[in-house]
Design a protein around this ligand. Structure first.
Ligand SMILES: NC(=O)C1=CN([C@@H]2O[C@H](COP(=O)(O)OP(=O)(O)OC[C@H]3O[C@@H](n4cnc5c(N)ncnc54)[C@H](O)[C@@H]3O)[C@@H](O)[C@H]2O)C=CC1
Ligand SMILES: C[N+](C)(C)CC(=O)CC(=O)[O-]
Length: 491
């Protein structure tokens, strides 16, 4: 049975949470008095369905069911996780918690999306304060992994651990904020940068566009991959952080920031900023801008996945969980039925796999088949630990047949057969499907090698036994149509 999340407040952030839970297989119930909420959430979901599966190299589970409800009572009944995302007004949030707690399970977790309130303020007057904590996300919630989890002493270690578990299960990164503070950690930075930017525009030093260029052409990319302190450590050269601080320490006393002071918030300031922003980007709709943002974020995060670093490492860990949840084998002993082809890849086609023809480009077919071979290697015992001992496989020959096209977001599966495995050689046959439609076949000869001599070497006994088990179990299958074909061979 699917796990249930209740979303109270389905605006920009609640909609993002709904997409995050739904696409990770949870059933989602929404309460929002706005008659437009259902339309808005369906538009956010449409964007999320295109972008979010592209983050994973394993298919997401089947989407949960989305329902809208007229009362908080119906929405929260039986929910394991309740996410409050109503407007940033303390009185409103407290009223909503009273209603939630009157109807929800005593062990349900109530997370608040609040950007700035402290959890002790949210727990004030609650029936069960230990049930409520801050779980502050970042927009778009369905792509960015960070959740600032801010508890108080009223929250038990068990509640905090369960909250971290759920956040990780939906592919996010729980950052446990050890001491509550207004605006948590990240929003204090955002607010500082925001105030400084307002001054730069008000003083006529820079336009909104120039400020955005200053961020996205330089330090914004740097921050995205390494954060603040590691970036400055590297900037200190070989002497590291001490040198960086010695060099730039005196600047702390120079007038490099106006943070101690804020511009007067009046209509003139709002018109100045909003006017420049309209000029900068008013030619696009917000939905168009969201799609550009989402495609950029997915592409950047996929690059970080390839490095297994930062947000990319979080995504990679989530992929392993998704594969295990989907019952995909990681070891030969886990294969449910070895007499059938083994599912070695199950994923969606991401944005960076498309070409100018609007379909999956040819090199990505090899990418997917190479991933399938890597997974089969892992299954038969040639995993990272084994490779570290000096044995591995090199691919000696590949033949791909492109049979049908596939498009962005389409779910593809590679099913693999071991046609032969003897001595040092393994002959693999991959078939790529979208549903029942055959998209491509890949035929590969791999040679087991010693990474020390870079020469062919016999399989280890474990690999030999696993390969024998799979190829023998699959020997009853009919010969694959197209195996052994060469380019241009008559059919
Ligand atoms: N927009 C952002 O960039 C971020 C906002 N947040 C936080 O998320 C929360 C929500 O913010 P947004 O989604 O931006 O606001 P929003 O204005 O887009 O959405 C709020 C939604 O709450 C609904 N609502 C109002 N009263 C309600 C009630 N009594 N019960 C249920 N729903 C009710 C409204 O109809 C609206 O759809 C705030 O606490 C905010 O600080 C957190 C991270 C980022
Ligand atoms: C501007 N903001 C305070 C609402 C921002 C956030 O809370 C986080 C974000 O997504 O930038």
């Amino acid at each position: 049975m699917a796990r249930v999340a209740a979303i109270i407040g389905g605006g920009v952030i609640g909609g993002g949470w709904a997409a995050r839970f739904l696409l990770n297989g949870w059933d989602v119930r929404v309460f929002d008095p706005d008659p437009e909420a259902e339309r808005k959430i369906s538009e956010v979901l449409a964007n999320a369905r295109v972008s979010m599966p592209g983050l994973s190299d394993t298919a997401l589970p089947a989407e949960g069911a989305l329902t809208f409800h007229d009362t908080i009572a119906q929405t929260v009944e039986g929910a394991e996780w309740i996410q409050e995302s109503v407007p940033e007004r303390l009185d409103m949030k407290l009223k909503v918690y009273a209603e939630i707690q009157a109807h929800c399970a005593a062990d349900a977790i109530i997370g608040s999306s609040t950007s700035g309130f402290k959890p002790s303020e949210l727990q004030e007057g609650a029936t069960r304060p230990g049930q409520i904590a801050v779980t502050h996300p970042f927009n778009p919630v369905y792509l960015l992994p960070l959740i600032e989890l801010v508890p108080t002493d009223a929250n038990s270690a068990d509640m905090i651990a369960r909250a971290k578990g759920v956040i990780s299960d939906i592919g996010m990164f729980p950052l446990h904020v050890r001491k509550e503070i207004d605006a948590h950690i990240a929003d204090r930075f955002l607010e500082a940068v925001w105030r400084e930017a307002l001054w730069l525009v008000k003083d006529g030093v820079a336009t909104t566009e120039e400020i955005d260029e200053a961020i996205r052409m330089g330090f914004g990319i740097r921050w995205a991959q390494m954060g603040l302190f590691d970036t400055y450590r590297v900037a200190g050269g070989e002497a590291g952080m001490k040198h960086f601080m010695a060099q730039f320490g005196p600047a702390l006393k120079w007038p490099w920031t106006k943070l101690m002071d804020v511009p007067e918030f009046n209509d003139e300031l709002v018109d100045l900023i909003a006017g420049q922003s309209d000029e900068q980007s008013g030619h696009m709709t917000i939905r168009e801008m969201e799609r550009i943002r989402d495609n950029n974020l997915v592409s950047m995060m996929r690059a970080l996945k390839a490095q297994n670093f930062g947000a990319g490492a979080v995504m990679n860990r989530h992929d392993v969980k998704l594969a295990l949840d989907a019952g995909m084998a990681r070891r030969a002993a886990d294969i449910a039925d070895p007499s059938k082809p083994v599912v070695t890849v199950s994923r969606a086609v991401p944005i960076d796999w498309l070409d100018y023809n609007g379909h999956m480009t040819e090199s990505r077919y090899l990418h997917a088949f190479a991933d399938a071979s890597d997974r089969l290697m892992e299954i038969i015992g040639c995993d990272q630990d084994y490779i570290a001992t000096g044995g591995s496989f090199f691919t000696a020959e590949t033949h791909i047949r492109h049979i049908d096209e596939t498009h962005l977001g389409s779910r593809i599966e590679v099913r693999t057969r071991v046609l032969m495995a003897e001595g040092k050689k393994m002959h693999l046959w991959h078939e790529m499907y979208a549903g029942d439609k055959l998209l491509a076949t890949g035929e590969h000869i791999l040679i087991h090698v010693s990474l020390e001599t870079r020469r062919p070497a016999p399989f280890s006994p474990e690999i030999a036994a696993n390969l024998a088990m799979i190829s023998e179990a699959q020997s009853g299958l009919p010969a694959p149509e197209g195996a052994g074909r060469y380019v241009g061979q008559p059919r």
